[in-house]
Design a protein around this ligand. Structure first.
Ligand code: HEC
Length: 491
């Protein structure tokens, strides 16, 4: 444990990243799709014969470009910073590894983002003010820059799932960055890029449909029909190609991780781990509904296509995208960086050493001994009355060490009483039973079913005992008087 642990009760740290990330992914994919949509639509309009239809198209596109300006410059920027905030605090080890490998990747990313921001601002403000050909060129630069933000970040995102053998061979030697391009163009790079590009196009099409749905079909039938029909086409690649790309993608994921997908099917009867399976079903059902709505309500009947149809499409697409991102995260378990770093920040090759030396041995962030200075430190935190109670507790450091181990080793995926609550998951077990569960997690035998989604519990025998003590106190709480001083001292 090289970093302090940010404890987020109830929600758990994963969801802090999750919520910001889903929001951010959606916005950036909108932006990338919009980047392509705008110049292509503008080109189409310019090729139309001069007249009211062409002018109406251009007016509509100017409205879109305002949306994409605000989307990128405000929401894209803020949520991007939010992601750094969240991953830095909740996954400091993994963030550090990513920065060590990809610092130039991110530098490029930000350059392209800056170009994207600048060009969309110019594009939006110069409608009708500069030569149309030049305006379209600005649009193409905007499209290129936003496409590159995806092309680059995709390398870093897919690296986390499949770092690839070449990078893994140098991992931990200090020369990781020498394999930058191998890490970047890792096994899932291409399928993921195609998949995301499809999603981007679909989202751009859906946004265009939302705006087009508000056009009055009786007053401007021609505009509405042409715009709706053209925008629906943006959904097509997504639904034709996605199943094939998904198969390709899964093909590139190590079999051990793919096993997570079938786990749901294996255990669907007992209901232990059907999340992934349910999510997959959800994606299929929402996608099928989107196809239906897009074809029957939009393509066949463009003049009557209204805002609620369009919003239904958007919500369905958001559900499918969110579910897709969630299952990608699940697929990565128990690693944050495939085969190299477990979700709790423990590096795979360090397991043996930690088992020998103890999980807390090298941590600066926990009190290993309840010595004088520690007691003094506490004086400023607790009242004399509480301190009196504390002293009886302090004679049992095991509980507190157990809590530190819980936070460090289990806290990235479990909370005590909220999301994936250990108090509930362990309910009904007594101390001996909890201990044997943790020992089993510690031994991590090749046939252990938990290997597919949980990292091993690492540490010494003492660590196992301490974690058992702590968890047992949650599941089978001691008398309230014994718990109170602990809670106060935590603040
Ligand atoms: C990589 C994320 C991750 C980490 C880290 C993790 N777990 Fe889990 N754990 C899971 C998932 C996912 C499940 C399945 C939850 C479900 O079935 O809803 C689970 C299930 C469990 C269960 C229920 C098992 C059962 O058979 O019902 C227990 C108990 C548990 N974990 C304990 C722990 C302990 C103790 C630690 C820390 C040493 C830990 N976990 C670390 C992801 C993790």
């Amino acid at each position: 444990m090289n970093y302090p642990f940010w404890d987020i009760p109830i929600l758990g740290s994963g969801w802090v990243i999750g919520i910001i990330a889903i929001f951010h992914v959606m916005i950036s994919q909108f932006a990338v799709g919009g980047g392509l949509y705008l110049p292509l639509a503008e080109r189409k309009a310019m090729r139309m014969p001069e007249g009211p239809l062409r002018d109406a198209w251009l007016t509509q596109l100017a409205v879109y470009s305002k949306f994409f300006l605000i989307l990128t410059a405000v929401f894209g920027t803020v949520s991007g910073v939010g992601i750094w905030f969240a991953i830095g605090l909740t996954h400091p080890e993994a963030t550090s590894t990513l920065i060590h490998n990809f610092v130039f990747g991110w530098a490029m990313e930000w350059v392209f983002f800056l170009v994207e921001l600048t060009t969309i601002a110019v594009y939006y403000t110069t409608w009708g003010k500069i030569d149309p050909k030049l305006h379209l060129k600005v649009g193409w630069v905007y499209a290129g820059a936003s496409a590159f933000t995806l092309i680059i970040i995709n390398g870093i995102l897919t690296f986390m799932l499949t770092p690839g053998d070449t990078w893994l061979a140098v991992a931990g030697t200090g020369h990781e960055a020498s394999k930058f391009w191998y890490a970047f163009f890792n096994p899932t790079y291409w399928p993921s890029l195609f998949l995301r590009t499809c999603v981007c196009c679909a989202l751009a099409g859906i946004w265009a449909l939302i705006t087009a749905s508000r056009i009055d079909g009786d007053k401007q039938p021609e505009l509405k029909t042409s715009l709706v029909k053209w925008s629906v086409k943006w959904l097509v690649p997504s639904f034709v190609a996605t199943p094939f790309i998904l198969i390709w993608y899964l093909w590139m994921v190590p079999a051990s991780q793919r096993a997570l997908l079938s786990l749901g099917i294996d255990t669907i009867g007992s209901g232990t781990f059907s999340v992934i399976t349910r999510i997959a079903l959800l994606i299929i059902i929402t996608s099928a509904t989107i196809v239906g709505v897009a074809y029957f309500l939009a393509y066949r009947n463009p003049r009557d296509f209204n805002l609620s149809h369009a919003i239904a499409l958007l919500l369905l697409a958001l559900m499918a995208t969110g579910a897709g991102e969630y299952s990608r995260e699940m697929l990565r378990k128990p690693y944050v960086i495939g085969r190299w770093m477990f979700s709790n920040g423990v590096r795979v090759p360090y397991v043996a050493r930690i088992n020998q030396e103890g999980y807390l041995a090298h941590s600066m962030w926990v009190w290993n001994d309840y010595d004088e200075s520690h007691a003094k430190h506490l004086e400023i935190l607790v009242s004399p009355e509480q301190e009196r109670q504390w002293s009886s507790y302090a004679s049992q450091p095991s509980y507190s060490r157990g809590e530190a181990i819980f936070r460090g080793e289990c806290g990235s995926c479990h909370t005590l009483n909220g999301y994936r609550p250990l108090a509930k998951l362990l309910a009904g077990r007594d101390q001996a039973n909890i201990r044997s569960f943790i020992s089993m997690l510690h031994d991590y035998k090749p046939d252990s079913p938990y290997r597919r989604f949980m990292p091993p519990m690492v540490g010494t025998k003492q660590d196992i005992d301490d974690l058992t003590n702590f968890l047992n106190a949650q599941v089978n709480p001691p008398t309230p008087a014994a718990q109170k001083p602990m809670q106060t001292a935590q603040k």
